[in-house]
Design a protein around this ligand. Structure first.
Ligand code: ZN
Length: 233
């Protein structure tokens, strides 16, 4: 239904529609970001480049076909605010929108041709209970809307393990040392498929590596990775 202009303005008073990046209410149509924030998005633009920073993270660890992150992540900057609103503020619409941007980067990209399915990095049941959703799954939904690739959910977290001795570590570092292990259900379904593993942020790559390790034994499988953002270690 098209609303008259004056009615839209009245509605805006009661249901303010604000930019997810800066809070400005000067938004084109129903967009989630204002033009200024859109122009500030720190795209890595390396999704078409072999040997990019994300692929280097996994060198010598696991075999991947291709990998990329859409944005550079910096503390207290736009991308962090968006991820925060999406993950902790429950802004699912924003998550799907960010997923669509990932989909745009994959679409017609020669390094990601022949993808068959999207696999969201599973989230521990405790976290899903707390958050109400798996952020990687929401990103996959956005990617699916652009690429038409199906989302499959054949992975689950089986346990958490600590990679290093914890005794002298600071609390935050301790958390980062938690690596999850994954189990695959119905592995035969992923046979001979090119799988794109999707997550929100890659830092050390430990969790994604663990996920690749759970999948790589499947016959004929090819694995690639896409994350919304790349953070410094
Ligand atoms: Zn803005």
């Amino acid at each position: 239904m098209q609303l008259p202009y004056y009615l839209k303005n009245v509605l805006h008073l009661f249901y303010p529609h604000q930019c997810c990046g800066c809070g400005s209410d000067i938004l084109p149509g129903n967009d989630l970001l204002c033009l200024k924030c859109t122009a500030l998005l720190p795209f890595t633009q390396f999704e078409t480049i072999a040997g990019n920073t994300v692929e280097k993270i996994f060198y010598g660890r696991v075999k991947l076909s291709s990998a990329f992150s859409l944005f550079y992540f910096s503390r207290h900057q736009l991308v962090q605010r968006l991820i925060h609103q999406f993950k902790y503020g429950g802004n699912i619409k924003l998550g799907e929108y960010l997923g669509k941007l990932m989909g745009n980067a994959l679409q017609n990209n020669p390094r990601f041709t022949g993808l068959d399915v999207l696999v969201p990095l599973p989230l521990h049941a405790k976290k899903i209970y707390k958050r109400g959703f798996n952020q990687a799954e929401i990103l996959c939904r956005g990617i699916m809307q652009v690429t038409g690739l199906p989302v499959v959910d054949h992975l689950s977290v089986i346990r958490e393990k600590f990679t290093e001795t914890q005794t002298h570590k600071h609390r935050v570092e301790r958390w980062e040392n938690v690596v999850e292990s994954f189990a695959v259900q119905q592995p035969e379904f992923l046979k001979n498929k090119h799988v794109l593993i999707v997550d929100d942020v890659v830092t050390t790559g430990a969790t994604l590596e663990s996920c690749v390790m759970a999948l790589q034994h499947i016959e004929g499988i090819e694995l690639s990775i896409a994350t919304l953002a790349l953070a410094n270690k």
